[in-house]
Design a protein around this ligand. Structure first.
Ligand SMILES: Nc1ncnc2c1ncn2[C@@H]1O[C@H](COP(=O)(O)OP(=O)(O)OP(=O)(O)O)[C@@H](O)[C@H]1O
Ligand SMILES: [Mg+2]
Length: 256
């Protein structure tokens, strides 16, 4: 079993207005085999949390800690984090011109395992993972995310998840922009990964629809860079019904 522990995490980002605090003390524990949903209004810091776990250089940790099985994640480089078993499916996957999907996947797999996968099993694994995700074989020879539709980019993120076999996966709005069939296909990919490797999942989403397919054990509400409430799946239903009003202070009256 592995455990990712986020303790009282404070994160800032440099903006035109100077150093801006985004996360103001986030505490979360994710164990392998568990699925945690993170919900919250736009701009509450969900992607910032995801990027900080992955090691994006734009985000500065000013307090708190992130550990994986007691090892200090914040001391690790981005690739060390990936090798340690952390994975991020980005909200907006980036295009990598000049790098084909097949080369990208093989290079990533080799870097993570420390040795190249055997050609025969690897080709078989890639082909069957693409088939499961209903991705046309032609994607293997296309450049990563270049000209991919929104939904194709999301499938490609889950293709990586299935092939790289991390211990803890952060999925940042993997459901956004997916049609009903694609949502099901992508969810099945995540569930396969969960079954195959006892994966721990941190699922960032705005919608309960994906939670019908990928059942969360815990739901956390992130508001203004803090976990404002935690509960089980029923909390997601309540948020869908009521929105986030009760977490947000009323906007100050301009005349007051
Ligand atoms: N690199 C950056 N430069 C400037 N501001 C940033 C940067 N990254 C994040 N922010 C700000 O931090 C806040 C939180 O952003 P973040 O992307 O983490 O929100 P989010 O909860 O993922 O929102 P959404 O639901 O819209 O995806 C926002 O106000 C955003 O403008
Ligand atoms: Mg976001």
């Amino acid at each position: 079993m592995s455990v990712l522990e986020i303790r009282d995490l404070h994160v800032t980002v440099e903006t035109d207005e100077g150093t801006t605090p985004i996360l103001n003390g986030v505490t979360l524990t994710i164990r392998t085999g568990e699925t945690h949903a993170i919900m919250g209004p736009n701009g509450s810091g969900k992607s910032t949390l995801a990027y900080t776990i992955a090691g994006h250089p734009k985000y500065t940790v000013t307090g708190g800690s992130i550990t994986l099985d007691g090892e200090d994640v914040l001391e690790m480089t981005v690739d060390e984090r990936a090798r340690a078993g952390l994975f991020l499916a980005m909200q907006y996957p980036v295009e990598i011109p000049g790098v084909t999907v097949t080369n990208f996947l093989r290079t990533a797999k080799t870097a993570i395992d420390g040795e190249a996968p055997s050609i025969r099993t690897w080709t078989k694994d890639v082909t069957s993972a693409m088939k499961n995700l209903r991705m046309d074989g032609k994607f293997a020879q296309r450049n990563v995310n270049e000209g991919f539709s929104g939904g194709e980019k999301k499938r490609h993120e889950i293709l990586q998840l299935e092939l790289l076999r991390p211990r803890i996966a952060v999925l940042d709005e993997t459901d956004s922009g997916l049609d009903v069939d694609a949502l099901k296909i992508v969810s099945e990919g995540v569930n396969r990964a969960k079954e195959a490797t006892d994966l721990g999942v941190l699922l960032i989403t705005h919608y309960t629809r994906i939670l019908n397919y990928i059942k969360p054990d815990f739901v956390h509400v992130l508001v203004r860079g803090r976990v404002a409430e935690e509960g089980g799946p029923e909390l997601a239903d309540r948020l869908e019904r009521e929105g986030y009003d009760r977490f947000l202070e009323p906007v100050a009256d301009a005349d007051a």
